[in-house]
Structure formats: C-alpha cells, structure tokens
Design a protein. Structure first.
Lengths: 164, 99, 292
C-alpha cells in the first residue's frame, strides 16, 4: 500500500464503520437502508484499495444496484416510514456489550497474530479470477448457480402463496 | 493486513450489535449484510496472504456476495409475506409459524 | 439538448427554438440560467434527506460512467482492468436514486413513477448485461482498450448484429426514453418521479438523462462500432462521429414512436429481450469457435 492508498483506506474504513453504526442505530428504515448503501460503497472502495478490482465492482453491481434496490422496494411495499424502536434499554446495553466483546476479541487476536507479509495480486485480476472460477473452483461456481435458482424460486413461491 | 482485520472486526461487531438489539426484520437484514461484508473483507485480505495468484479468497468473496443476494431476495420475500399477515415487520410480533 | 429540440421540431414539422442568439443556439444557456434562478421547492411532507439524495444519485453515476470511456486512443481517464464491468455496475446505482426521488416526494404520481422506473431499469439491466458479456467473450477481456484492439479489423456490430440491436433498445429503456418512458408518461403520471422537483434539482435529473444518453451511446460506439478505429481521421473524431450517430438514432426513435404500456414493457423485457440476449450469447460462442 502506498501513502495515498493508505489514506484512502483509513478514510473509507472510518466511513464504513460510521455508516454501519448509523444503519444499525437509526430508527428510520429508509435512513438505515441508505446508510447500508453508503457502507457497501465504502467497502467496495476498500476492496479496490486491496487491489481486488473485480470483487469491488461486483459488490457495487450486486449490492448497491441489486440488494439495496430490493430492500427499498420491500420497504415501500410494506411499512412506510414508521419509526421502529430499539429493544428495551437493558437489552440494548447487553447486546452492545456482547457484540463489542466479540469484536474486541477478534481485533485483539488480529493485532497479536504473527502474520506473514501479504503478497500482491497479479496485475490481470480478471483472467486469473476467470481461471479460478471456471477451473479450480468450478464446482463451487456451479453450486452458486443452483443456489441462486433455488433462491429465485423460493422467493416467488413465498410471495405467491399468500395470494390464494 | 492488520488494519483490514481490525476494521473487519469492528464492522462485524456493529452488525452483531444490530442483530442482537433491533427488532425490525428489514433492519435485521441490514445488520446481517453488514456482518457478511465484514467477512468478505477478511476473505479478500487473507487471499493476499496465501498464494494471491490462486485468488481463492476472492472467489470466496464473490460467492459470499452471491449468497448475500439470494439471501436478501428470500428474506425480503418472507418479510413481505409476514407484513401482509401481521401488518408489521416487527419480528417480536410473529409468534406463529403455521397457518 | 438544443439539437434534440431541433430534431424534434423537424420531425414534428415545427420550427423549434430560434430566437435566443443566432438560430437559437443560446437556448440551452438561457434554459440553464432560468432553471438555476428558479425557487427550490420542496413538498412539506417530503423526507428532506431522501429528497436531496434522489437527484444526486441519478446524476452522479451518469457522470462517473464517463471515466472509463475511451474518447480516442490516449483519451481515457482510467483504463481499468474491469472497465466494461464498471460501466455496467456504476449506472446501476441510478435505480436507487429514482426510487428515492419517487418515494421522498410524498405524492402518488411520483411514487408510481419511481417504482415503475426502477422496475424497468432492473428488468432491462439483465438482457443488457448479457449482451455485453457476448462482446467481452469476443474481445477476451474486460478492459476497454483491449475491446477496441480486438475490433481493429472487424467491428463487433458485423459479428453480433443481434446484440447491437438488443443493446440499443435496452439502453433506450434503461435511460427512460420514449418509447420506454412510462415512468414519466405525461399523459398518466404528470412527470413521474420528478413531478415535485423544480429548479436546480430538476436540472440534475435532466443532466442525468442526457449524461446517461451520451455515455451509453459512447459505450455502444466502443463495444460494437470499434470506437476510435477508422481510416484517415484521428480517433477522437471517429469516436465522436459514431457516438453522435447513435445519439441521433435515439432522438429519432424518441420523437417518432408512441409509448408502450407498462405491462407490455415488462413482458417485452422478460419474454423477448432476455431470450434474444441468450441467443446472442450462443452466437458469440459460435463466432468464437469459427474464428479459432
């Protein structure tokens, strides 16, 4: 990572953390989904900084252009803009303690771990990825297709059943 | 490397916090997506650590994104059905799993 | 924009703008000044943040997508490894903007317009992406300069004529232009998702539409017509000629054809263009076999 990239990484990391927190804390669903959109974009930039450019664009394509739009659709078809309370205060406190305890353990482990120096991805990410997806990981790739198809059918069935 | 892991830990904790405390189905889904993204970030980071030219971690991340998309589709379909039935997307109000 | 008004006037046997400046050339400038000076009206019940974000999220991706278009051999801002994918992914964010704008306005016409336009946007994105996959197969790369290089002798429009047609039509639908402009069908929805917008924010929607039109046309010129490749003239000029030809085609279609109905439009996307794009994919495979 060069100097500029390191700065970009930190800025986007802070942006991701803040927008994630906002998405979780806000009481308005619309805001929450918009914050998720910002968070996903920030993570996409992080992927780019890690020189995984293909993953970064897939993230934008599938998440921001797909999942967020889907969520907005669901929001608009259901509860329109009502406010949604947090759990009771004691539970919120407990949840925060528990979640950040886990996060803390993860972070401390990461800080104390003795990791080897990371290598760099090849310049031609796409062709290497293509080889990985369609040769070494072909089974996983095909399985992915099956899962997507199953999800598609499930979603249709679930939504449709209620109409009868 | 370490900064990525720390960031990912923070994001994961935030998502988990959401899952534990929020009671709205859509917000739960948002929180789960945040956790999955934290995981993907880790996968890409570790892909650089071990044999970057194999791209195994990146392939995993792409799979993860695909899974997240299908999960969102099914989840939102369920949420819509629940909303039609209970007139709310609050998961605490959903107590029956059958007709 | 001015040119579009001239063309529309020509086709509809009207005169078109001609009083502002010589032959009306300053009409666009006058319009912009007028729009910027207008009051920025916001409905009382609108969600302020979403109302502001909506137009931004439609305009920003349109502008950003220019970053990977090669305007001629050296004239490309970023020749990304994944340039083609970038062009498909970034404008996808527009759908979020359309939905937000429609929803935030707190008004039924806008809401319906927003829902319709995003549904349409998503439906047409699929065949469009599949068609572009065919091009990427032939080029063997997602880098814009490689795509151009692969067309040095034969532009892809000759190899994939079907793909070219599907791309042009789906693009028309993606950027909400007639005959696919149901979201803003004046006769039923007032102005669709931007009914409640005025002045500067309305100008942003306008900018987004034209930006997207030019970007998509430039992209088509690169993918199918070989971009800046051509004899004699410098690449930039060739690129411009090809892009403007496609833009002109778009305008011609817009002012000639009537509008589809919403359900017809969706059926068209799923039952006609999706299969056609799959056929195109198979054809691309066959062409690839034949070449090898």
């Amino acid at each position: 990572m060069g100097g500029g990239q390191a700065v970009l990484f930190v800025v986007m990391g802070v942006a991701a953390a803040v927008s994630a927190l906002y998405a979780v804390l806000t009481r308005q669903l619309l805001r929450s989904i918009m914050a998720l959109g910002a968070f996903l974009t920030a993570v996409a930039v992080e992927f780019y900084v890690l020189s995984a450019d293909f993953v970064s664009l897939v993230q934008i394509f599938v998440y921001v252009g797909g999942v967020v739009v889907l969520m907005l659709f669901a929001l608009m078809l259901s509860a329109s803009g009502e406010r949604h309370p947090m759990a009771g205060a004691d539970r919120a406190g407990l949840g925060a303690v528990l979640a950040y305890l886990v996060g803390g353990v993860l972070a401390v482990t990461a800080l104390r771990a003795d990791l080897p120096e990371p290598g760099a991805f090849p310049e031609q990410t796409v062709s290497y990825l293509g080889r990985a997806l369609l040769a070494e990981q072909l089974f996983a790739f095909e399985l992915m297709g099956v899962i997507l198809l199953a999800a598609l059918v499930t979603a249709l069935v679930v939504v449709r059943k209620e109409r009868q | 490397m370490t900064p990525v892991l720390v960031l990912s830990a923070v994001l994961f904790a935030t998502g988990m916090f959401g899952v534990l405390t929020r009671r709205n189905a859509i917000t739960l889904l948002v929180s789960v997506e945040i956790m999955m993204n934290a995981g993907n970030l880790n996968l890409v980071a570790f892909s650089r650590l071990y044999q970057p030219e194999l791209m195994t971690g990146q392939v995993f991340a792409i799979m993860g994104i695909g899974i997240a998309a299908s999960e969102a589709a099914v989840g939102l379909a369920l949420i819509l059905t629940i909303y039609r039935r209970y007139g709310s997307t609050d998961v605490d109000r959903v107590r029956l799993l059958r007709e | 924009m001015l040119v579009e008004r001239w063309i529309s006037a020509r086709i509809q046997l009207r005169v078109g703008p001609r009083h502002t400046g010589p032959y009306g050339t300053l009409q666009t400038v006058a319009d912009i000044v007028k729009l910027l000076m207008k009051e920025d009206v916001r409905p009382v019940q609108a969600d302020a943040m979403a109302f502001r974000l909506g137009p931004m999220l439609t305009a920003v991706p349109a502008v950003m997508s220019f970053a990977v278009i090669p305007f001629g051999a050296p004239l490309i801002m970023r020749d990304l490894n994944v340039g083609v994918l970038y062009f498909l992914a970034v404008p996808g964010v527009t759908a979020v903007g359309l939905l937000l704008a429609g929803w935030a306005s707190y008004d039924n016409y806008s809401f319906l317009g927003g829902l319709r336009s995003s549904a349409q946007f998503i439906s047409y994105e699929i065949p469009r992406t599949l068609v572009v996959v065919g091009v990427a197969m032939l080029a063997g790369s997602l880098r814009m300069s490689d795509v151009l290089e692969a067309q040095r002798s034969v532009p892809f429009v000759l190899l994939l004529p079907l793909g070219f047609v599907v791309y042009i039509v789906t693009t028309l639908a993606e950027i909400n232009r007639t005959p696919f402009d149901i979201p803003e069908a004046e006769s039923e929805l007032v102005a669709g998702y931007h009914t409640e917008y005025s002045g500067f924010r309305w100008a942003l929607f306008f900018l987004a539409e034209y930006g997207a039109l030019f970007a998509a046309s430039g992209f088509a010129a690169v993918l199918f017509l070989g971009g800046g490749n051509g004899p004699l003239l410098p690449p930039f000029v060739w690129f411009l000629i090809k892009t403007l030809a496609i833009v002109f085609l778009n305008m011609w279609v817009r002012w000639t054809l009537p509008r589809f109905r919403s359900d017809q439009l969706m059926r068209l996307a799923w039952k006609v263009f999706l299969p056609l794009s799959l056929v195109n994919l198979v054809l691309a495979g066959l062409v690839l076999q034949a070449v090898n």
